[in-house]
Design a protein around this ligand. Structure first.
Ligand code: SAM
Length: 291
Protein backbone atom coordinates (compact mmCIF):
# COMPACT_ATOMS: atom_id res chain seq x y z
CA UNK A 1 0.00 0.00 0.00
CA UNK A 2 1.25 3.43 -0.88
CA UNK A 3 1.89 6.23 1.61
CA UNK A 4 0.66 9.60 0.56
CA UNK A 5 1.78 12.97 1.82
CA UNK A 6 0.52 16.43 0.96
CA UNK A 7 2.46 19.65 0.84
CA UNK A 8 0.53 22.87 1.25
CA UNK A 9 2.41 25.89 0.08
CA UNK A 10 1.33 29.52 -0.04
CA UNK A 11 2.48 31.12 -3.25
CA UNK A 12 2.22 34.62 -4.66
CA UNK A 13 -0.42 34.42 -7.41
CA UNK A 14 2.16 35.62 -9.95
CA UNK A 15 4.40 32.62 -9.13
CA UNK A 16 1.85 29.85 -8.76
CA UNK A 17 2.23 28.52 -12.34
CA UNK A 18 6.00 28.25 -11.95
CA UNK A 19 5.71 26.69 -8.50
CA UNK A 20 3.23 24.12 -9.87
CA UNK A 21 5.58 23.30 -12.74
CA UNK A 22 8.44 22.82 -10.27
CA UNK A 23 6.33 20.49 -8.10
CA UNK A 24 5.34 18.41 -11.15
CA UNK A 25 9.02 18.18 -12.09
CA UNK A 26 9.90 16.69 -8.72
CA UNK A 27 7.25 14.04 -9.02
CA UNK A 28 3.99 15.19 -7.48
CA UNK A 29 0.95 13.15 -8.49
CA UNK A 30 -1.49 16.04 -8.50
CA UNK A 31 -2.01 19.61 -7.41
CA UNK A 32 -5.11 21.30 -6.06
CA UNK A 33 -5.13 25.05 -6.48
CA UNK A 34 -6.95 27.07 -3.84
CA UNK A 35 -8.97 30.14 -4.80
CA UNK A 36 -6.52 33.01 -5.21
CA UNK A 37 -6.86 36.11 -3.08
CA UNK A 38 -5.45 39.41 -4.34
CA UNK A 39 -1.88 38.29 -3.98
CA UNK A 40 -1.73 34.74 -2.64
CA UNK A 41 -2.82 31.29 -3.69
CA UNK A 42 -2.47 28.04 -1.81
CA UNK A 43 -1.26 24.99 -3.70
CA UNK A 44 -1.67 21.50 -2.26
CA UNK A 45 0.58 18.94 -3.93
CA UNK A 46 0.20 15.25 -3.32
CA UNK A 47 3.14 12.83 -3.30
CA UNK A 48 3.21 9.06 -3.25
CA UNK A 49 5.84 7.19 -1.20
CA UNK A 50 8.10 10.20 -0.74
CA UNK A 51 11.42 9.50 1.00
CA UNK A 52 13.09 11.98 3.37
CA UNK A 53 15.50 12.91 0.53
CA UNK A 54 12.54 13.32 -1.82
CA UNK A 55 10.86 15.65 0.64
CA UNK A 56 14.05 17.70 1.02
CA UNK A 57 14.31 17.99 -2.77
CA UNK A 58 10.70 19.20 -3.04
CA UNK A 59 11.32 21.85 -0.39
CA UNK A 60 14.59 22.92 -1.94
CA UNK A 61 12.96 23.23 -5.37
CA UNK A 62 10.22 25.44 -3.96
CA UNK A 63 12.71 27.60 -2.06
CA UNK A 64 14.85 28.08 -5.17
CA UNK A 65 11.83 29.16 -7.23
CA UNK A 66 10.91 31.76 -4.62
CA UNK A 67 14.52 32.90 -4.34
CA UNK A 68 14.88 33.36 -8.10
CA UNK A 69 11.74 35.51 -8.07
CA UNK A 70 13.00 37.55 -5.11
CA UNK A 71 9.96 36.45 -3.10
CA UNK A 72 10.15 35.84 0.66
CA UNK A 73 10.83 32.21 1.63
CA UNK A 74 7.68 30.07 1.19
CA UNK A 75 5.58 28.71 4.05
CA UNK A 76 5.28 24.96 3.62
CA UNK A 77 3.21 22.51 5.64
CA UNK A 78 3.35 18.76 5.20
CA UNK A 79 0.53 16.41 6.11
CA UNK A 80 0.52 12.63 5.99
CA UNK A 81 -2.66 11.39 4.35
CA UNK A 82 -4.12 8.61 6.48
CA UNK A 83 -3.75 5.28 4.76
CA UNK A 84 -7.44 4.54 4.65
CA UNK A 85 -7.84 7.62 2.46
CA UNK A 86 -5.04 7.01 0.03
CA UNK A 87 -7.21 5.54 -2.69
CA UNK A 88 -9.61 8.47 -2.55
CA UNK A 89 -6.75 10.96 -2.62
CA UNK A 90 -5.25 9.19 -5.56
CA UNK A 91 -8.56 9.29 -7.42
CA UNK A 92 -9.41 12.87 -6.56
CA UNK A 93 -6.41 14.03 -8.57
CA UNK A 94 -7.21 11.88 -11.56
CA UNK A 95 -10.67 12.55 -12.92
CA UNK A 96 -11.65 11.59 -16.49
CA UNK A 97 -10.92 14.47 -18.85
CA UNK A 98 -9.86 15.40 -22.39
CA UNK A 99 -6.09 15.28 -22.82
CA UNK A 100 -5.92 16.66 -26.34
CA UNK A 101 -8.18 17.15 -29.36
CA UNK A 102 -8.46 13.39 -29.85
CA UNK A 103 -7.74 11.66 -26.55
CA UNK A 104 -9.81 11.33 -23.43
CA UNK A 105 -8.33 10.09 -20.17
CA UNK A 106 -10.12 7.14 -18.59
CA UNK A 107 -8.75 6.27 -15.11
CA UNK A 108 -8.23 2.50 -14.91
CA UNK A 109 -10.87 2.17 -12.15
CA UNK A 110 -13.49 3.56 -14.53
CA UNK A 111 -12.50 1.52 -17.61
CA UNK A 112 -15.48 -0.23 -19.11
CA UNK A 113 -17.97 1.96 -17.20
CA UNK A 114 -17.20 5.41 -18.47
CA UNK A 115 -18.67 6.60 -21.74
CA UNK A 116 -16.07 8.57 -23.65
CA UNK A 117 -17.51 11.71 -25.32
CA UNK A 118 -18.18 11.37 -29.05
CA UNK A 119 -15.16 11.96 -31.25
CA UNK A 120 -12.58 11.04 -28.60
CA UNK A 121 -10.37 7.97 -28.32
CA UNK A 122 -9.97 6.60 -24.78
CA UNK A 123 -6.59 6.29 -23.09
CA UNK A 124 -6.88 4.10 -20.02
CA UNK A 125 -4.24 4.85 -17.38
CA UNK A 126 -3.41 3.65 -13.90
CA UNK A 127 -1.36 6.56 -12.52
CA UNK A 128 1.42 6.21 -10.03
CA UNK A 129 4.19 3.82 -10.93
CA UNK A 130 5.74 5.55 -13.94
CA UNK A 131 5.89 9.08 -15.22
CA UNK A 132 3.21 9.89 -17.80
CA UNK A 133 -0.25 10.25 -16.26
CA UNK A 134 -1.27 12.42 -19.21
CA UNK A 135 -1.99 15.42 -17.02
CA UNK A 136 1.32 17.19 -17.46
CA UNK A 137 1.36 19.98 -20.04
CA UNK A 138 4.41 18.48 -21.74
CA UNK A 139 2.55 15.20 -22.42
CA UNK A 140 -0.51 17.07 -23.71
CA UNK A 141 1.66 19.14 -26.04
CA UNK A 142 3.39 16.06 -27.40
CA UNK A 143 0.01 14.39 -28.02
CA UNK A 144 -1.22 17.50 -29.79
CA UNK A 145 1.74 17.59 -32.21
CA UNK A 146 1.64 13.82 -32.80
CA UNK A 147 -2.04 13.99 -33.66
CA UNK A 148 -1.47 16.76 -36.20
CA UNK A 149 1.39 14.99 -37.96
CA UNK A 150 -0.13 11.54 -37.99
CA UNK A 151 -3.36 12.96 -39.45
CA UNK A 152 -1.35 14.58 -42.28
CA UNK A 153 1.23 11.82 -42.72
CA UNK A 154 -0.01 8.48 -41.42
CA UNK A 155 2.20 5.40 -41.39
CA UNK A 156 5.40 7.14 -40.33
CA UNK A 157 6.49 4.49 -37.81
CA UNK A 158 6.96 5.97 -34.35
CA UNK A 159 9.47 5.59 -31.54
CA UNK A 160 8.61 7.13 -28.16
CA UNK A 161 11.86 7.77 -26.31
CA UNK A 162 11.42 8.06 -22.52
CA UNK A 163 8.09 6.33 -22.79
CA UNK A 164 7.37 6.22 -19.01
CA UNK A 165 3.81 4.91 -18.69
CA UNK A 166 3.80 4.35 -22.46
CA UNK A 167 1.16 6.99 -23.01
CA UNK A 168 2.59 8.51 -26.21
CA UNK A 169 3.29 5.13 -27.77
CA UNK A 170 -0.26 3.97 -26.95
CA UNK A 171 -1.60 7.14 -28.52
CA UNK A 172 0.42 6.57 -31.71
CA UNK A 173 -0.99 3.05 -31.94
CA UNK A 174 -4.53 4.30 -31.41
CA UNK A 175 -3.99 6.85 -34.18
CA UNK A 176 -3.45 3.93 -36.53
CA UNK A 177 0.34 3.51 -36.63
CA UNK A 178 1.41 -0.07 -37.24
CA UNK A 179 5.05 0.18 -36.23
CA UNK A 180 5.36 1.64 -32.73
CA UNK A 181 8.14 1.23 -30.17
CA UNK A 182 8.76 2.74 -26.75
CA UNK A 183 12.04 2.88 -24.85
CA UNK A 184 12.99 3.98 -21.37
CA UNK A 185 16.13 3.61 -19.28
CA UNK A 186 13.96 2.64 -16.29
CA UNK A 187 13.00 -1.06 -16.41
CA UNK A 188 10.04 -0.43 -14.11
CA UNK A 189 8.62 2.08 -16.59
CA UNK A 190 8.83 -0.60 -19.26
CA UNK A 191 6.85 -3.04 -17.08
CA UNK A 192 4.19 -0.38 -16.50
CA UNK A 193 4.06 0.54 -20.20
CA UNK A 194 3.47 -3.11 -21.10
CA UNK A 195 0.64 -3.33 -18.53
CA UNK A 196 -0.87 -0.12 -19.89
CA UNK A 197 -0.70 -1.46 -23.43
CA UNK A 198 -2.72 -4.47 -22.26
CA UNK A 199 -5.24 -2.22 -20.50
CA UNK A 200 -5.64 -0.30 -23.75
CA UNK A 201 -5.80 -3.40 -25.94
CA UNK A 202 -2.81 -2.24 -27.95
CA UNK A 203 -0.46 -5.12 -27.18
CA UNK A 204 1.61 -5.04 -30.38
CA UNK A 205 3.90 -2.22 -29.29
CA UNK A 206 7.49 -3.17 -28.52
CA UNK A 207 8.68 -1.63 -25.24
CA UNK A 208 12.32 -2.02 -24.21
CA UNK A 209 15.23 -0.50 -22.34
CA UNK A 210 17.23 -0.57 -25.58
CA UNK A 211 19.30 2.53 -26.25
CA UNK A 212 18.94 4.34 -29.57
CA UNK A 213 22.38 3.10 -30.69
CA UNK A 214 21.01 -0.44 -30.83
CA UNK A 215 18.35 0.41 -33.43
CA UNK A 216 19.15 0.29 -37.14
CA UNK A 217 19.76 3.72 -38.66
CA UNK A 218 16.80 5.51 -40.28
CA UNK A 219 14.21 3.11 -38.90
CA UNK A 220 11.38 5.51 -37.91
CA UNK A 221 9.55 8.39 -39.56
CA UNK A 222 8.75 9.96 -36.19
CA UNK A 223 10.69 10.26 -32.95
CA UNK A 224 8.77 11.68 -30.02
CA UNK A 225 10.52 12.40 -26.74
CA UNK A 226 9.17 14.11 -23.66
CA UNK A 227 12.25 14.41 -21.46
CA UNK A 228 14.25 17.10 -19.74
CA UNK A 229 16.49 19.46 -21.69
CA UNK A 230 19.75 17.91 -20.50
CA UNK A 231 18.59 14.45 -21.60
CA UNK A 232 17.52 15.77 -25.00
CA UNK A 233 21.04 17.13 -25.37
CA UNK A 234 22.50 13.71 -24.54
CA UNK A 235 20.14 11.79 -26.81
CA UNK A 236 20.09 14.16 -29.78
CA UNK A 237 22.58 12.21 -31.89
CA UNK A 238 20.52 9.06 -31.26
CA UNK A 239 17.32 10.78 -32.42
CA UNK A 240 19.11 11.82 -35.61
CA UNK A 241 20.43 8.32 -36.13
CA UNK A 242 17.12 6.44 -35.96
CA UNK A 243 15.11 9.02 -37.92
CA UNK A 244 14.49 8.60 -41.66
CA UNK A 245 15.31 11.53 -43.97
CA UNK A 246 12.29 13.84 -44.03
CA UNK A 247 11.17 12.42 -40.68
CA UNK A 248 9.67 14.34 -37.78
CA UNK A 249 11.28 14.89 -34.38
CA UNK A 250 8.90 16.01 -31.63
CA UNK A 251 10.63 17.31 -28.51
CA UNK A 252 8.63 18.04 -25.40
CA UNK A 253 9.46 18.72 -21.76
CA UNK A 254 11.06 22.07 -22.61
CA UNK A 255 10.45 25.29 -20.73
CA UNK A 256 9.85 28.12 -23.16
CA UNK A 257 13.32 29.62 -22.90
CA UNK A 258 15.07 26.28 -23.41
CA UNK A 259 14.51 25.83 -27.14
CA UNK A 260 17.34 28.25 -27.90
CA UNK A 261 19.80 25.92 -26.14
CA UNK A 262 18.88 22.93 -28.29
CA UNK A 263 18.14 24.45 -31.61
CA UNK A 264 21.62 25.44 -32.86
CA UNK A 265 22.82 21.88 -32.20
CA UNK A 266 19.85 20.40 -34.03
CA UNK A 267 20.38 22.71 -36.99
CA UNK A 268 23.98 21.51 -37.27
CA UNK A 269 22.62 17.97 -37.52
CA UNK A 270 20.29 18.87 -40.39
CA UNK A 271 17.05 19.62 -38.55
CA UNK A 272 14.78 22.56 -39.36
CA UNK A 273 12.11 23.79 -36.97
CA UNK A 274 8.60 23.12 -38.23
CA UNK A 275 6.02 23.74 -35.49
CA UNK A 276 5.90 24.89 -31.90
CA UNK A 277 3.14 24.77 -29.34
CA UNK A 278 3.08 26.33 -25.91
CA UNK A 279 0.87 25.80 -22.86
CA UNK A 280 1.71 27.94 -19.85
CA UNK A 281 5.49 27.86 -19.57
CA UNK A 282 5.93 24.56 -21.42
CA UNK A 283 6.85 24.20 -25.07
CA UNK A 284 6.84 21.35 -27.55
CA UNK A 285 8.74 21.80 -30.77
CA UNK A 286 8.88 19.71 -33.91
CA UNK A 287 11.72 19.53 -36.39
CA UNK A 288 12.01 17.97 -39.83
CA UNK A 289 15.17 16.15 -40.81
CA UNK A 290 16.02 17.92 -44.04
CA UNK A 291 19.55 16.72 -44.74
C1 SAM B 1 8.91 13.16 -18.46
S1 SAM B 1 8.82 11.42 -18.52
C2 SAM B 1 7.79 11.23 -19.97
C3 SAM B 1 6.80 10.09 -19.90
C4 SAM B 1 5.83 10.02 -21.05
N1 SAM B 1 6.51 9.79 -22.31
C5 SAM B 1 4.98 11.29 -21.17
O1 SAM B 1 5.08 11.97 -22.19
O2 SAM B 1 4.21 11.59 -20.27
C6 SAM B 1 10.45 11.04 -19.06
C7 SAM B 1 10.80 9.59 -19.10
O3 SAM B 1 12.09 9.51 -19.70
C8 SAM B 1 12.84 8.49 -19.08
N2 SAM B 1 14.27 8.78 -19.32
C9 SAM B 1 15.06 9.66 -18.67
N3 SAM B 1 16.31 9.64 -19.21
C10 SAM B 1 16.30 8.72 -20.21
C11 SAM B 1 17.27 8.23 -21.12
N4 SAM B 1 18.53 8.70 -21.12
N5 SAM B 1 16.90 7.28 -22.01
C12 SAM B 1 15.64 6.80 -22.03
N6 SAM B 1 14.68 7.22 -21.17
C13 SAM B 1 14.99 8.17 -20.28
C14 SAM B 1 12.39 8.54 -17.63
O4 SAM B 1 12.63 7.29 -16.99
C15 SAM B 1 10.89 8.88 -17.77
O5 SAM B 1 10.11 7.72 -17.78
Amino acid sequence: MSNWSELKIESPVSLSEVVSAGLWEVGCAGITEGNPTDKWQSLTASFEDLSAEGRALVEQTAREIFQRADAPAPTMHWREVPNENWKETHRRFYPPQPLSAKFYLVPAWQAGELEVPAGFLPIVMEPGRAFGTGLHQSTRLALWLMEEYLAERPGLGVIDVGTGSGILALAAKKLGETKVEGTDNDPEAIEVAIENAELNQTPDIRFSVDTLETFPEASFGMVVANILLRTHLELMAGYRRVLKPGGVLILSGLLVDQRQVLEPELQKMGFARNKSKIIDEWESVSYLLIK
